[in-house]
Design a protein around this ligand. Structure first.
Ligand code: FES
Length: 110
């Protein structure tokens, strides 16, 4: 059991439970977080962009070059940005905190 805390753009915090091997994108979507994940993990969009809490970021395996390239295009990206479709949860990541990027809704034109 892996606990994940999501922080919505309005600051609302929600705790979700994931299993070893779950992708962060699906865990977030199942929890109702507004990540579109349009390309379903092909690294061809950046609609799964999330901000990882600074204290948790170092626990993640480093991003690939392709992921870094997509993050360069993501609106509101920061040093702890990642693509949620590229993050596979493992017990090592228990307790991770993931924030939705501030401009997400604008980026989607809603
Ligand atoms: Fe498109 Fe992650 S779902 S890059």
């Amino acid at each position: 059991m892996i606990r994940v805390t999501f922080i919505a753009t309005d600051g609302t915090t929600r705790d979700a439970i994931a299993k070893d091997g779950d992708r962060l994108l699906e865990v977030a979507q199942n929890d109702g977080q507004p990540l579109e994940g349009t390309c379903e993990g092909q690294m061809a969009c950046s609609t799964c962009h999330v901000l990882i809490a600074a204290e948790d970021f170092a626990r993640l395996p480093p991003a690939s070059e392709d992921e870094e390239d997509m993050l360069d295009l993501a609106i509101g990206a920061s040093r702890t940005s990642r693509l949620a479709c590229q993050i596979v949860l493992t017990p090592d990541l228990d307790g991770i905190t993931v924030r939705m990027p501030p401009q997400h809704r604008d980026m989607q034109g809603r």
